[in-house]
Design a protein around this ligand. Structure first.
Ligand code: GLY
Length: 429
């Protein structure tokens, strides 16, 4: 049977998901809600917000959608999988309860501690006075995390007691993240190389995807404010296939098995945000979804049909899947609007996109784009485009991605010049 798939969301990750799912012979049509200008150019989009779960469910029922793939975390944590299931609709994504591994940092940390998954030492606080006393006792650097969802802004790495006290005050007293900051996790600061490992999971079984590295800071040299991600590359030279299998066996599967033991079956993508330290990989966070921009570099290297893997997961047949990867590497450079990650201007015309259509091994995934009044493509958000290229090596993929970026223009565009430069000279596995 050929399937009709709905992707929920409107960023670069969702564009990459639509693109990868549509290549499948098992998929007749891919839809997106709400999408963006780039997604709309190739796929039918419904103007429904990812937060309008009832609206999405009604639309999916009416359009006879066979499977829904949510991109962002908010609908997952709000229970899109549960509410769709009540209406007989299938979702590739965890239940609201299982998505708490992303929705509550303290839940995830306590789960990891229970099953012995390596994670930085931590304490959970509901009281700012006790939190301050703890920080004074342990000293800096220290990481302060709002427990709940804070639009990617709830983590503060504090190098001085003053920064730590301010982070506690902002989260718990000034409530800059709303209710998400009423509880905080105070975590040991660990050094190392960051890595993302996503795995497709069902129950206690998981198939790892290729690892990727995201560049979270706004400016070259890893300085400036944290962003959703200014670029990414895959694979990571320091994580060979055996290391990836080990992380899946010792980190991802024990967490899934503990959830299952508690009666919470996890189906979907589980994202482990790791620090590769000299005492081995430790988990900084789990997310309940595909990463962005990591998905934009991982999917172009996937040789196996993504839809086949996703369908196998929702049908309980994941152990029968084998997943193959193309040789080589992939690099994504995010082009952002002036001001990002703060407030940014919108509606700036984007030129040069038509020149990228014919470039081999280049994929332009749209994020914050919309149609302007004359049908032109304009900026409509912070992260505007994920310009991705593959190559035999990271260096080749990187050169190709930056060549492609040089064709694209919009007022105020900014992007990092050092994506993958930490790894570009190193061989990949
Ligand atoms: N790139 C970070 C994330 O997807 O959470």
């Amino acid at each position: 049977m050929q399937m009709r798939i709905l992707v929920v969301g409107g960023g670069g990750r969702e564009h990459a998901l639509c693109w990868a799912l549509a290549r499948s012979p098992r998929v007749s049509r891919v839809y997106c809600a709400p999408g963006n200008a780039g997604i709309r150019a190739s796929f039918e989009c419904a103007g429904i917000s990812p937060d309008d779960i009832d609206g999405l469910a009604e639309w999916a029922k009416r359009e006879m959608i066979d499977l829904t793939v949510p991109g962002p975390e908010a609908p997952l944590i709000s229970g899109i999988a549960d509410r769709f299931a009540e209406r007989g609709l299938k979702v590739f994504g965890p239940s609201g309860k299982a998505a708490m591994i992303e929705g509550s940092k303290s839940f995830a940390k306590e789960l990891m501690a229970k099953v012995g998954v390596p994670t930085p030492r931590f304490e959970v606080f509901d009281d700012p006075v006790r939190a301050r006393r703890h920080v004074s006792a342990v000293g800096c650097p220290v990481v302060i995390k709002a427990d709940g969802l804070a639009a990617g802004k709830g983590v503060s790495v504090c190098f001085t007691p003053g920064e730590a006290m301010k982070a506690i005050e902002d989260a718990m007293e000034r409530r800059v993240f709303g209710a998400a900051g009423s509880r905080i996790v105070v975590e040991e600061f660990v050094r190392g190389e960051e890595a993302t490992l996503m795995a497709v999971a069902d129950g206690d079984f998981a198939i790892p995807l290729q690892p990727a590295r995201d560049h979270k800071r706004a400016f070259d040299g890893d300085v400036g404010p944290n962003t959703g991600g200014m670029g990414a590359y895959s694979p990571i030279p320091s994580l060979d296939r055996e290391a990836v299998r080990d992380i899946c066996r010792t980190i991802v599967r024990p967490v899934l098995a503990e959830l299952l033991r508690r009666g919470t079956r996890y189906t979907g993508v589980i994202y482990a945000g790791l620090m590769l330290t000299d005492r081995g990989p430790v988990v900084l966070e789990f997310n309940a979804r595909f990463g962005d921009p990591e998905t934009q570099v991982v999917l172009p290297l996937l040789k196996t049909d993504l839809a086949g893997i996703v369908i196998a997961a929702v049908e309980g047949e994941l152990p029968r899947c084998s997943v193959e990867w193309a040789d080589g590497a992939s690099v994504c450079v995010v082009m952002a609007s002036a001001g990002y990650p703060g407030p940014c201007e919108k509606g700036k015309p984007i030129t040069g996109l038509e020149l990228l259509g014919g470039l081999p091994r280049v994929h332009v995934f749209h994020a914050g784009t919309a149609e302007g009044p004359r049908g032109e493509t304009v900026t409509s958000g912070g992260r505007v485009l994920g310009v991705t290229a593959t190559g035999e090596t990271l260096a080749e993929a990187r050169d190709r991605a930056y060549d492609a970026v040089s064709f694209v223009r919009f007022e105020g565009a900014h992007y990092r010049r050092d994506i993958a430069s930490d790894a570009a000279g190193r061989p990949v596995h």
